[in-house]
Design a protein around this ligand. Structure first.
Ligand code: SF4
Length: 337
């Protein structure tokens, strides 16, 4: 489903379609118990953020290579994504509206001076922006953040928070620690927690993309619905992904919004079960299988993996989409805007 603005989607979201999560939680707990059967205790819990789940499902060897590749090297797209994220949070939390955009230069300065950013390797890259790069970055940020501001303005969302983190322990290993911890962080979350939520108030989550919508928006939306549902006991009423577009100065970006259904939760849970099986096998010492696909294009092992031969001929989606999906996940644990 698509909708023009985030604010109109939120206004139309109806509460009450919550999918109960108890049976899904029980099935995932059991799957986690089985997945760790041969895993040494010192390798537990298995930690599965979103990027690792995607890698495990696509290609086990890719998952091993990515885990060993270390932090992403700061790049201009990564820095721009982080800056756009700061601007997005200002927009969403109501510090500015569509008519009074914060200066992109202020955002750059904020990253260079904020205490949190000083410890962030991305800040070092930001400081290397020369005058030309800074001017281009300012225009780019004004465009991206402006589109979001126009999409969000007059949003009726209540209990809004940014970067809400979901950590989901599954099953219990010997010694009492969790067997598996699934994690994720969503850019925008609204609606009170279940026990505090007034009747009729909708609960939703929105993931913001820095450049364009992902290849698999339904899958990604279902992932966030699953995580929120596992933490809260009921799934949210709706999920949405938003990204800027090429629409010019009045654009409100692109929105892909989806209702949360039992089928979407089952699909996301099934994918997580598949990832847990592979993660358990790898942690138990299994040789990682090679499953070539379009993802070979960004695999750290591509130059040495025999299965990568011919992967150029596989159905490679838009390379910009691929770059976008990588830029959005700088450290494999964050799902940054
Ligand atoms: S090159 Fe392709 S098949 Fe080989 S490890 Fe990487 S993703 Fe897997």
């Amino acid at each position: 489903m698509t909708s023009d603005r985030l604010s109109s989607w939120i206004a139309g979201l109806r509460a009450g379609g919550h999918v109960p999560m108890a049976e899904h939680r029980a099935a995932l707990d059991e799957a986690a118990r089985q997945a760790i059967a041969g895993v040494p205790a010192d390798a537990l819990p298995l930690r599965l953020p979103k990027r690792r789940v995607a890698d495990l499902v696509r290609c086990p060897r890719l998952a091993v290579a990515s885990a060993g590749a270390g932090p992403a090297v700061p790049s201009v797209p990564l820095v721009m994504g982080r800056l756009a994220e700061l601007g997005a949070h200002i927009v969403v939390l109501g510090a500015i509206d569509a008519a009074v955009l914060v200066s992109p230069d202020d955002l750059l300065r904020a990253v260079e001076s904020a205490g949190r950013a000083l410890a962030d390797p991305l800040a070092a890259a930001a400081e290397r922006f020369d005058d030309t790069a800074r001017a281009n970055a300012a225009d780019d940020l004004a465009d991206r953040v402006g589109q979001l501001a126009r999409s969000w303005v007059r949003s009726p969302a209540r209990w809004v928070r940014c970067e809400e983190r979901f950590d989901v322990p599954l099953a219990t290993a010997v010694g009492g620690a969790p067997a598996v911890v699934v994690s994720g962080r969503v850019d925008v979350s609204f609606g009170a927690p279940p026990l505090l939520r007034p009747a009729g108030e909708p609960r939703g989550v929105v993931e913001l993309k820095s450049t364009r919508l992902p290849l698999d928006p339904i899958e990604e939306s279902a992932w966030y619905a699953l995580l929120a549902g596992l933490v809260e006991g009921v799934a949210p009423d709706g999920t949405a992904l938003w990204a800027p577009d090429e629409g010019g100065p009045n654009s409100v970006g692109r929105l892909a919004a989806f209702p949360v259904s039992k089928a979407s939760i089952v699909s996301a849970a099934s994918r997580l079960e598949d990832a847990m099986v592979v993660a358990g096998e790898l942690a138990a010492g299994a040789k990682p299988a090679e499953r070539p696909g379009w993802w070979c294009a960004a695999c750290p092992d591509r130059a040495v993996c025999p299965s990568s031969e011919g992967s150029d001929d596989l159905a490679v989606p838009d390379l910009l989409e691929l770059a976008s999906s990588l830029d959005d996940q700088p450290d494999g644990d964050d799902d940054a805007f």
